[in-house]
Design a binder for this molecule. Sequence first.
Ligand SMILES: [Zn+2]
Length: 175
Amino acid sequence: MKFRCVCGEIIVDNTDSLSYKAYFIADQDWEDAFRPEEGTSDEPEDRLLGWSRSAWQCQACGSLYIDDDNGLVHRFQPASADTPRNILASIHGERWKRPLRGSWRSDRTKSPPGQLWWGAGDDSGFEEFDEWAALERRYYTVFERLLGKGALRDAFLRHEDRYLHRWPSPPPGSA
Ligand SMILES: [Zn+2]
């Protein structure tokens, strides 16, 4: 989904691990979410998923958008213009472990064949490449840098349908 903030910015929600989105659970439900009711077979994960609602922060103007119980989105405007834009980001800040993906597909028609992305937050990126060697070089540069600062979750570099590099390495015998 995506929607337009009153400031004109488009807030896009079409991928995981957004740095400007969070889930919240009502304080009235908080303890019940971890402590199952007697006689029910719900798992805590089901309650967390079913009882949480979403909030997004506009990265341009700082406005906060919050889902109500009926899925309607309400806007709250910050009192000052310099309100931080990362109030919904990970508690781990820049140490949040992010994924890195490098992919080369010669059958891409609307964009260059090479793509590299990692995210999200301050240290995130999306780059496109016309040359395989350039993508490969750039992938290993970003890989080493994220690994070095302890901010890498997992990574792969794929050429067409073949994985040329994966981290962590898959166990022997798996695809
Ligand atoms: Zn805005």
